[in-house]
Design a protein around this ligand. Structure first.
Ligand SMILES: Nc1ncnc2c1ncn2[C@@H]1O[C@H](COP(=O)(O)OP(=O)(O)O)[C@@H](O)[C@H]1O
Ligand SMILES: [Mg+2]
Length: 296
């Protein structure tokens, strides 16, 4: 069995891509006993910092070598330095040197990733979108879920995630400004899929299979936003712009202080405050997430 490979994608920043990837990943590993790998693809390294104290991260990635950066660096430079076994950090987070979740691993990012977009662009690689998949495919069988935490854009690195992933999950803040980008994102994914369909040996097309609502504040505006999200999803599904079983997974994740605080502790919220509301929302959404992916 190969992992469910999933890109957490939205070209907006701050909508909860990293928060949902890290916290759903942690809940799936902890409660559902799933083997989960988080692949951090954002030069801001937020998923890495959420699960590793900065000093541990710095010592580990050491100039980018043990990180996702090295995958792209190898392709651009023609080197073979990326070593998954060295780069992956197993059983994160650790507290006092002790692993807290045995089945949760992370492949950290490095800030050097910021240089990659330009360099891919300058070199005009025809099949640039395969770099990540080629490097990681031998490890897909080791996991039940692999989450690609994308940067806030749909440029080359995110396209690598789209190609490596079977499916795409889109986190949204249920307000008008966020929603206006949903159709555009679905179209961009479709355009990318169309563009690569002419290449030989293309494996499959990733499509949007789930939406998540994050930063939810119980209010008329956000309830209206959730409603609009359902309506837009229905329409895009009918137009073939999403997976035919795509759905909005519930409950919406509330905007909560304990989720924000958990980043300071470098812990997923289910460990930071196991009896709090953030842990409650995330354990419920992880259950919905798991049954959705099992039913596909
Ligand atoms: N449910 C939540 N409640 C409160 N703060 C949150 C919640 N989810 C995320 N955050 C905070 O909001 C910010 C943006 O979230 P993040 O997941 O980093 O977005 P993205 O990855 O889409 O840019 C982060 O600082 C994070 O700590
Ligand atoms: Mg992020």
């Amino acid at each position: 069995m190969s992992a469910n490979t999933i890109a957490f994608l939205n070209f907006k920043g701050g909508v909860g891509k990293t928060a949902t990837a890290v916290n759903i990943g942690a809940a799936l590993a902890h409660y559902q006993k799933q083997r989960v790998l988080i692949v951090d693809l954002d030069p801001q390294c937020n998923a890495s910092f959420w699960l590793m104290p900065p000093a541990d991260w710095k010592a580990h990635v050491d100039g980018g070598k043990n990180s996702t950066y090295q995958i792209f660096q190898d392709q651009i430079m023609g080197t073979h330095r990326f070593d998954f076994e060295k780069a992956v950090v197993r059983a994160v987070p650790r507290k006092g040197g002790i692993s807290q979740i045995s089945r949760l691993d992370i492949l950290p990012a490095a800030v050097e990733l910021i240089t990659i977009e330009d360099r891919i662009h300058q070199n005009k690689y025809a099949r640039f979108f395969e770099f990540l998949h080629q490097a990681l495919k031998p490890y897909y069988k080791e996991y039940d879920y692999i989450f690609f935490d994308c940067p806030p854009n749909v440029y080359s690195i995110s396209k690598n995630a789209l190609y490596a992933a079977e499916n795409c999950v889109v986190p949204y803040v249920p307000d008008f400004l966020s929603l206006s980008g949903f159709q555009l994102l679905a179209q961009q994914i479709e355009q990318f899929n169309d563009r690569i369909s002419g290449f030989k040996g293309i494996r499959r097309r990733a499509s949007i299979v789930a939406l998540l609502a994050s930063h939810y504040k119980p209010s008329k505006a956000h309830d209206q936003g959730l409603n609009e999200l359902e309506i837009t999803l229905h329409r895009l599904k009918a137009e073939g712009l999403t997976h035919h079983d795509a759905k909005l997974l519930l409950p919406p994740i509330r905007h909560l202080a304990d989720v924000a605080e958990s980043t300071n502790e470098h812990m997923p919220v289910i460990l930071h405050n196991p009896t709090g509301r953030g842990a409650d929302d995330y354990s419920q959404i992880a259950k919905a997430f798991h049954s959705h992916f099992q039913s596909l």
